[in-house]
Design a protein around this ligand. Structure first.
Ligand SMILES: [Zn+2]
Length: 200
């Protein structure tokens, strides 16, 4: 439940809203709840691999929904594969359903997914941006100075520590919010941008 709340109020939602407004302005599109929904689904889409993760984690001893070791194929956190497959599928479906808007729809979906991966790269343990073309050992962290390589040893240490913490007392007290004030402030700002766009 907390993971769900964090997902819904986190940066993926805020930046999904901003991206929706920016791309709609570029394409000269009016506000549409349908396309807004599509943009928000896209900015969260890779995290839907939480479902196979929850079902299979006990059997395989997984501790993250990001691909572990060679078992990359069950995860949606494989940017080159996910972007190509979902991008192509989106374009074909959009061509069939709405010929005039297919490029707009493709941009909404592809940039939402790409943005999700960039945000994942800001995590402390780094992210294998080119998985499965490169292994999980080749990871980058996106910081103020751009991308920095994260060694596999460092990543494994961070994963292990986090796993031990979760197994212990549970990570949050009942009165603690699963998201930071910073995240809430950005969510409020991006919602305001969306309201302005919808009302103009
Ligand atoms: Zn993710």
């Amino acid at each position: 439940m907390r993971a769900l709340a964090k997902g819904l109020a986190g940066f993926d939602t805020s930046l999904g809203l901003i991206l929706y407004v920016a791309i709609s302005i570029v394409f000269g599109e009016e506000f549409s709840p349908r396309y807004l929904g599509l943009a928000l689904i896209a900015s969260h889409l890779p995290d839907f691999d939480f479902i196979p993760f929850l079902l299979l984690r006990k059997r395989y001893g997984w501790f993250s929904h990001w691909p572990i070791g060679r078992a990359w194929y069950w995860s949606l956190h494989n940017p080159p594969v996910t972007l190509t497959v979902v991008g192509l599928a989106t374009y074909v479906i959009a061509q069939v359903l709405e010929t005039e808007h297919s490029l707009y729809v493709l941009c909404l979906v592809a940039s939402g997914i790409a943005l999700h991966f960039l945000l994942d790269s800001t995590e402390e343990q780094g992210f294998a941006l080119l998985s499965p073309l490169t292994g999980q050992e080749t990871r980058w962290r996106l910081g103020k100075k751009g991308f920095k390589r994260v060694s596999w040893q460092e990543c494994a240490r961070i994963y292990k520590e986090r796993h031990a913490k979760r197994k212990g007392t549970g990570s949050l007290a009942p009165w603690e919010l699963p998201f930071s004030r910073y995240e809430l402030a950005i969510l409020a700002a991006s919602t305001a941008v969306l309201v302005l766009f919808a009302a103009h």
